[in-house]
Write a protein that binds this ligand. Structure first.
Ligand code: CUA
Length: 356
């Protein structure tokens, strides 16, 4: 189709590579918009020149009055309307697809901070300004900002999303072509915004497994969360197997929670994050406000992601792919990954290190 024209431009740095499943689909829509615009421009331009010539001023001419044409009016109203509808449906379909990550997507956590991207994997591996992903596997990013609005963009995958402080933003993609691709911040975020760039490494699944088997030096994300849970005294009130002064957290992940004000919410990432940073925002039915201290400013977004991973790991019914302790099924078995990351404690990656 239209995308077949792309090889013509392959050697021009005009277009980023097509390296994800959605990239080709988005390019098709893009070229459709370009084609419609080009055709309309040509029709209008030829019309302007043609009519200027045909109805040019001649000496002593008495122009015929044209009183309009219903057929013509209907044609130039209905045809563009239909073309616009195609654009609308096409765009809406891609938009909804972009908003709904598949259930089996592998999860990676990204925190934007002036001026770097911090990446955390479920197995505890961390890196800065680098993201390693396997090809053929949907990857869902859960993104937070430590300070101002950033925007996470991978042109080769045709994905971009603002990362707004105060809540989680998501995007997802399925890499299709192994390679090294640019990663940008595309929202001005301070004087070193232009330096907030990095690389995405799309790897063959086997190579990715090899890369991932290093694990995190500090245990899995859930292990790191469990340590924070003890250090911050959460465990004195949130008892694991009985109701303490604060709600029991085992098994609550993605389950409905009855609030004191009568509402029911789902204990998803956004709810857990809010309840950690601002516990009084939503009080669980049957519990008192003002018991849990406010952790805003005490915990970084990375810490909150670790704590949520721990709470997730307490919910055995969560699908393996979404469980914080395990990597996605086709890549690494979750138990093995945790054992491996523990065993690798000595030689594991540390923050800021980019493993190759
Ligand atoms: Cu972060 Cu620009």
């Amino acid at each position: 189709m239209l995308a077949n024209l792309l090889p013509l431009f392959a050697d021009l740095p005009l277009f980023p590579p097509v390296a994800s499943k959605q990239a080709g689909q988005i390019d098709d829509l893009y070229w459709f918009l370009v084609a419609v615009s080009a055709i309309m421009t040509a029709v209008i331009f030829i019309g302007v020149v043609g009519f200027a010539f045909k109805y040019r001023r001649r000496a002593n001419a008495h122009p015929t009055q044209i009183e309009g044409s219903t057929v013509l009016e209907l044609t130039w109203s209905i045809l563009p309307f239909l073309v616009m509808l195609v654009m609308f449906w096409w765009g809406a379909e891609l938009f909804f697809q972009a908003q709904n990550p598949p259930k089996d997507a592998m999860e990676v956590f990204v925190t934007g901070k002036q001026w770097m991207w911090k990446v955390q994997y479920p197995d505890g591996t961390r890196e800065i300004d680098a993201l390693h992903v396997p090809v053929g596997q949907p990857v869902k990013l859960t993104m937070a900002s430590e300070d101002v609005i950033h925007s996470f963009s991978i042109p080769a995958f045709r994905v971009r999303h603002d990362v707004v402080p105060g809540h989680y933003d998501n995007l997802w993609f399925t890499p299709t072509k192994p390679g090294k691709y640019h990663l940008f911040c595309t929202e001005y975020c301070g004087n070193q915004h232009a330096g907030m760039v990095g690389w995405v490494y799309a790897m063959e699944p086997r190579e990715y497994t090899k890369w991932a088997s290093g694990g995190g030096g500090e245990g899995s994300l859930a292990d790191q969360g469990e340590a924070l849970f003890q250090q911050n005294g959460c465990s004195t009130c949130h008892l694991l197997d009985q109701q303490g002064r604060c709600p029991m957290l085992r098994g609550i992940y993605n389950k409905p929670v009855q609030l004191a004000d009568g509402r029911t919410v789902t204990a998803d990432d956004a709810y857990l994050r809010e309840s950690i940073l601002d516990p009084n925002a939503k009080i669980v039915s049957g519990f008192e406000p003002n018991i849990m201290p406010n952790f805003k400013g005490q915990l970084s977004e990375e810490n909150v992601i670790q704590l949520i991973a721990y709470i997730k790991s307490l919910s055995p019914n969560t699908p393996a792919s979404q469980q914080a302790g395990g990597a996605p099924p086709p890549i690494t078995p979750s138990k093995g990954a945790r054992a491996a990351s523990a065993a690798n404690a000595a030689g594991g990656a540390t923050s800021g290190q980019v493993k190759q």
